[in-house]
Structures are given as structure tokens and as C-alpha cells.
Design a protein around this ligand. Sequence first.
Ligand code: PEP
Ligand code: MN
Length: 250
Amino acid sequence: IEINTDKNSKLIVKENKLVMAGPCAIESYEQLLETAKFVKSKGANILRGGAYKPRTSPNSFQGLKEEGLEILKAVKKETGMPVITELMDARELDKLYEVADIIQIGSRNMQNFSLLTEVGKQDKPVMLKRGLSSTISEWIGAAEYIAIGGNQKIIMCERGIRTYNDYTRNTLDLAAVPIIQKETGLPIVVDPSHATGVRYLVKPMSIASLAAGADGIMVEVHPDPINALSDGMQSLHFNEFEDLMNSINL
Ligand code: PEP
Ligand code: MN
């Protein structure tokens, strides 16, 4: 996979669709390496994994932080996979910059304008997740905060928004895919893991996202989802990821 920019410094995604896969959180070297090797062997082209985790409760696992970045760096070297990881605080930018090929701005920070401004001043691609309950206009406004600093290498990520629906963690807004493409020209990936919160919905929503024209997907995969330190309910087992990749046939 090649992530490049055109003459207007807009990000262009060559060759394939983006398949970003990996655990919600980096838990250990062994966990990340095993997952990375597996997802790579099935066609994932970017490894995901959070070192800094924005958890709802301060009593939940907060991520391995710097140690997580070290693990990510080691696994990136071992597997040759480009990596994406979340930046929660501009004070961590220098450390994260050394490791990340794509910097993720999470849903909870979509309107953290000082953070957006900081990533707009650096040159790594940024994936901007849609805010928890954000409108598309607010999301585009957030992307403009990044772009205005000079960094046009932005990937938008639809990850569902909060609605009154009670069967899924969020509601996947698939119309956002063609809307973002039409309004911004930016690549957009869909994260069906956070959009649904439920493992069995990840495959059908991935297929639907790609059918709607998404430039890729981001999915959570874990060697042992039941014992995952975060988001186990929505994380795919290895065999389910394999089945997904066979179904989308990229
Ligand atoms: C994530 O992808 O690690 C994450 C925390 O998702 P979101 O910001 O969409 O909730
Ligand atoms: Mn997660």
C-alpha cells in the first residue's frame, strides 16, 4: 500500500483499499505481534493499536502509553507493516511521531481544536474519527482545522454516532461515505467495530461500507477477545477476520 500525496498535497490512496486491523489496545509485545502477523497474512495493510486509550472510566485500562509505543515500534519493524495509533494529547506528539505512519484523532477529541491545530502543523497523515454525536458539518469543520495548518493528508473515519437505537453501541451512518467524498474529496474509511460494538455485525457492515464506496475499513481483531483489556465484545477472533477478508475479496 502506498500512502502518498498529489500535487495539491491531498492524500491519495493507491492500489488497494485500506484495511486497518489490530487490537483495540496494545496489551503486550506477544499480543500485538501475533495479531499483526495474522492480519498481515490475510491482507491487512495497516496495523492498528492504541497505546493511549481514551476510556470512559478512569478505572478502566488506560493503555500501556510509552511502553505501548515501544511495542508498536518493535512490531512495525518485525512485520514491516505501517501503523496507526491514537494521539490524545499534543504533549505526546513527538514520541508518537517517531512511530506512527498515520496519527489517529479519536472520536472524543474530534473538536479538540488545539490538538487538531498541532497535527495540522506536522507532516504525517492524520485519520480523523467522527465525533461521538457530531454532525457531518462539524466533522468537516474539524478537518478544516487540520488542513488550515498545512497538512492536507487527512483520512476521514466514520465510526457511528449516538442515536436512540439500543441494539448497537452506535449507529453507522453510511450516507456519510459518499457525502464526505463529494464535499471534501478526502478518503474515508469506516470502522464497523466501534460503529456497532457487536462482533457479528462487523462483517456485514464492512461489506456494506465498501459497497457504499468507502476507501477502506478499520476493524478490531484480538487473539483472545473474551479476555481483551478493552472492546472485546466487538473484536474479531482470527478466524472471523479471515472470513471477513475472504468475503470482501479486495
Ligand atoms: C479507537 O479506534 O481506538 C477508538 C477509541 O475509537 P473511537 O475514537 O472511534 O471511539
Ligand atoms: Mn476500541
